[in-house]
Structures are given as C-alpha cells and as structure tokens.
Write a protein that binds this ligand. Structure first.
Ligand SMILES: C[S@@+](CC[C@H](N)C(=O)[O-])C[C@H]1O[C@@H](n2cnc3c(N)ncnc32)[C@H](O)[C@@H]1O
Length: 244
C-alpha cells in the first residue's frame, strides 16, 4: 500500500477512504468494462434468467465497486450485496447508497448469506431467489460453504457462480487459487452430489462472448426451477453443444 493511502485509512477508516475514492473518481467503478465483466453474452443470460425464473430477490456476494450491483438493481427487485473489504464497501455505498432497492452489507459472504436466509429473506425461502456468487479473489475461497448454506434453506435457489470453468470450452477463463482451489466442477462436486444439483453452462461459445470472457456455471435443485432453466435459451447442459 502507498504511505499516503495507509495514513488516510488509519486516520479516517477504510470505508470513509473508499467513499473519498468514489467521490474523487466515480468512473473507477467501471471495473472490468461494465457489469458482468463487460460480457454481452452474460448480460443476456442473466436478463433471461431473471425474466424466466421470476425471482423475488437477487443476492450478490462480492460487491467490489458496485458495477454489477447497479445493473442488477435496474430490474427493480430487492438486491442484497455483501462485501468484505471496507474500502470497496465504502466506495459502493457512496455510489449506490441512495438506490432504494439496493441493500448493502459489509460482511463476509458466508455470514451475509446466513443473515439473509434467517432474516430479510426468511419469509420467501420457498420462492425463486437468484444468487450471483462472485466473492472470490483470495486464498480464503468461500464458494463451497456458500453452496452448503444456500441449498438446504432456499429450495428454489438459482445460483450463478462467476469465474467458473466451462469444461468443454477452453476459451472461457476461470479462477485458480492454488491446489484444491480451482473453480472447476471437481471443486464443487461434493456439494453438487450432497444437494442433488443440476448444472448448466452458458450456451454462447467463448469466441462469441465479449469483455473478459469469464466462464460461469448455474446450479439448481428444485424440479420446477430445473424445468425453467431447461427452457433458458442462453443456457445448456454439458451434453448439449454450444452454438452462437
Ligand atoms: C471479483 S470482485 C466482485 C466483482 C463484482 N461482483 C462485479 O461484478 O463488479 C470480488 C469481490 O469480493 C470481495 N470478497 C472476497 N472474498 C469475500 C468474502 N469472503 N466475503 C465478501 N466479499 C469478499 C473482494 O473484496 C472483491 O471486492
């Protein structure tokens, strides 16, 4: 860290420093070329998921600078988003604090999910809820725990994991945090088996995707949700070929 930044954070705290950063440079919120990593195919996929599954709420883990949060909020559903870093939380709160349907939590994703499922979302656990899991970026990978928190409780959950391997399309990038922490089907295999999940992948091939071309996976367990996902044109299961 730079000495000036360090000193300011010590003096005013990380959240206030994040808010100052937003006010000084609001456009630095345009991380990765726009919402959903600047990926046009992903934007279409999530928009179609929202239209067809009709969730009552959206939960994002990993707010970062609020770029995807802001886009999700335009669908006029309650959006809950959590962020562990004080700086990123402060930045996003300065950016989105006035948006009435955005609810921001400065929390670890696992604590935030437990809090939401036992609190604000507890009366809607039998309704579809879209979870956008994007709280990765360090050795402490919360993903497997996030799956174990969501599925026993939110029966009609639709879970989209960003930065995930698309096994038959090497053009999609995915995250690697070292041995045993590669965002591949192996990493979530136990959770998929334990909760009897069905897995879907983007139908758009990486060569036709834009932006940073990060892969993703969509998980669901409820038969009604699975039937709906089978009708989502922008999704496919692995035995179905990608097509543009
Ligand atoms: C890839 S960025 C999220 C990008 C954001 N969703 C977007 O589309 O613009 C990951 C964010 O997750 C946060 N993060 C990492 N681990 C976390 C955890 N366990 N709980 C909450 N946030 C976490 C990081 O601080 C970082 O801001």
């Amino acid at each position: 860290m730079k000495p000036l930044k360090d000193g300011l954070i010590l003096l005013i705290g990380a959240k206030s420093y994040g808010a100052l950063r937003y006010r000084g440079s609001p456009t630095s919120g345009r991380a990765w070329g726009g919402p959903m990593n600047g990926q046009g195919g992903r934007v279409r996929l999530v928009a179609e998921l929202l239209l067809k599954t009709e969730p009552v709420a959206i939960v994002e883990t990993g707010t970062y600078r609020g770029t995807t949060t802001e886009w999700l909020a335009a669908f006029q559903l309650p959006v809950y988003t959590c962020e562990a870093s004080g700086l990123n939380f402060g930045f996003s709160r300065a950016r989105l604090g006035v948006v009435p349907n955005v609810h921001m939590l400065h929390m670890d994703s696992r604590s935030a999910l437990r809090h939401l499922l036992t609190g604000p979302l507890s009366a809607q656990l039998d309704k579809p809820i879209l979870f956008y899991l994007d709280a990765h970026g360090s050795q402490d990978l919360p993903l497997a725990e996030e799956i174990d928190i969501i599925f026993p409780t939110a029966s009609r959950a639709i879970v989209l994991i960003d930065d995930f391997q698309v096994p038959d399309d090497p053009g999609y990038a995915y995250d690697d945090y070292g041995p045993g922490k590669l965002l591949t089907p192996d990493y979530i295999a136990e959770g998929v088996a334990r909760h009897s999940l069905q897995c879907f992948y983007p139908r758009t091939p990486a060569e036709r995707e834009t932006g940073t071309r990060r892969g993703c996976i969509v998980l669901a367990k409820h038969a009604d949700i699975i039937a709906t996902l089978e009708g989502v044109a922008n999704l496919r299961q692995l035995d179905a070929p990608a097509k543009g």
